[in-house]
Ligand binder design. Structure first.
Ligand SMILES: [Zn+2]
Length: 455
């Protein structure tokens, strides 16, 4: 038996002094610190907090096929350094895209022996694979992802409303969620065409080319399809706060809709992004400071369910840093290793607690990915996945702390609050003080109740 002890253990019921007793890979019980059985191997972290291992339900690992961008080895290393113990990989940016069972098997083969944390896969819904959807569910994907706009990458197509209508009865039958990149091309094409003499080195040009209406229209479409087909819809990376009232209403109506946003929308704002600073490019775009504060309000009133990285790395050349062109630069921000301190820096200033972070970054994503019986909570029966987090210490983001394939980041040089001291995966230390001890022990995660192993 191992005992993980802290005066600040973040459990679903609250933050309290506790000892987490671990037998093998699972949490046996959470007891008071004076109830540790004799002979236990005790790890006492004192005042430093223990949170449940974080669950990144929105990441792009890019393997197989684009390992010059990222890969299982580097992404899971960055994840362990950031306190993440579970990643759910998006079906695009890898080649082949995860839109068939054969592609899922290729991904499994590519992951063998490389992962420092656990992982699972989302399947893709594209313009011609409606007959693969139920087979993908049977083969073990945790849900599906689609794009209502061109994703800007070869190997994965967007879906029109008509194509989506062919796919939705299949999605609904699986009972799994459909994650949607909610931007429509119409308002973006219109806004881009209306730009007079656009200067693409200016952030304001890029922002004007991707208006709130593109997100709003897509979300309205998805809510009406959700009503019609009765599937679970999940809006990924919400950027516009203008959608919050309608999402609130849909929730009140009882629609099965969940929503995520990302650390970059909660930390950065359009007013402070310098012209040419394409490391800040993502889609939908980072909007105004006022918009950012409304997103925080959306977290507070629980219209937003979870916060995910949308870790989407690329080789540095694709960010077009030399010319600083927001039109041609790759849209994506990598943040697995710093998302927790980024969030804590912002959340602690607004009166939120580590319990809120655990809800947004562990329990919420685990529920979305259907692995909440094992992941995302410090509770008996769950996997012994922990992040040991010194919430008072500050550090400066430097390249050596990023750990993913290409150490580029819009956050370099920033001072952030909270340091990940150690990460444990199923009772084993996988990260501590900049090091990754042991062989990669991460494995693919089955959905709730389907792996047959004892609780
Ligand atoms: Zn993404």
């Amino acid at each position: 038996m191992q005992a993980f002890v802290s005066r600040s253990v973040v459990t679903p019921e609250g933050i309290r002094p506790a000892s987490i007793l671990v037998a093998g890979e699972r949490i046996h019980a959470v007891v008071s610190p004076d109830q540790i059985p004799g002979g236990s191997h005790v790890h006492d972290f004192g005042d430093v907090a223990i949170l449940p291992g974080l669950v990144a339900s929105h990441v792009h690992l890019n393997e197989p096929g684009r390992t010059e961008w990222e890969g299982f080895e580097t992404a899971t290393r960055a994840a362990a350094a950031g306190g993440y113990t579970t990643l759910v990989d998006m079906p695009l940016n890898c080649l082949p895209a995860t839109t068939t069972v054969a592609a899922l098997q290729a991904k499994r083969a590519a992951a063998q022996g490389k992962c420092r944390v656990d992982w699972a896969a989302w399947g893709g819904v594209v313009n011609d694979n409606e007959h693969d959807i139920e087979a993908l569910a049977a083969a073990g994907v945790h849900g599906f992802k689609c794009f209502l706009i061109n994703p800007g990458i070869d190997g994965f197509t967007m879906v029109t409303e008509q194509q989506l209508r062919s796919a939705l009865p299949h999605v609904a039958r699986t009972g799994l969620p459909l994650l949607v990149h909610a931007e429509l091309p119409g308002p973006i094409d219109h806004a881009t065409a209306s730009l007079a003499n656009p200067d693409w080195s200016r952030y304001s040009t890029y922002l004007a080319s991707r208006p709130d209406e593109a997100e709003l229209g897509a979300i309205r479409l998805m809510l009406s399809l959700c009503r019609e087909y009765g599937f679970r819809v999940h809006i990924v990376h919400l950027s516009t706060s203008h959608a919050l009232p309608e999402l609130r209403t849909a929730r009140a109506e009882g629609l099965a809709v969940t929503v995520e946003t990302c650390p970059h929308y909660l930390h950065l704002s359009a007013e402070t992004i310098p012209d040419g600073a394409t490391l800040n490019k993502c889609a939908p775009p980072i909007r105004s400071r006022e918009n950012r504060e409304k997103l925080w309000q959306g977290l507070k009133d629980k219209t937003l369910d979870l916060v995910v990285t949308d870790h989407s790395p690329c080789p540095p050349a694709m960010k077009r840093l030399a010319e600083g062109n927001f039109r041609t630069a790759w849209g994506g921000i990598a943040s697995l290793s710093v998302a927790l301190p980024l969030m804590w820096t912002e959340a602690s200033q607004r009166g939120f607690t580590l319990l809120d972070l655990a809800q947004w970054m562990s329990a919420g994503p685990a529920r979305l990915a259907g692995c909440d019986e094992r992941k995302g909570r410090i509770a008996a029966g769950c996997d012994a996945d922990f992040v040991v987090f010194d919430s008072d210490r500050e550090f400066v983001v430097t390249e050596d702390k990023l750990h993913y394939r290409h150490s580029i980041s819009p956050y370099l040089g920033e001072t952030l609050r909270g340091v990940v001291k150690a990460t444990y995966l199923r009772g084993r230390l996988v990260f501590a003080e900049g090091e990754f001890p042991g062989e990669p022990s991460g494995r693919e995660l089955s959905a709730n109740q389907s792996d047959g192993s004892p609780p």
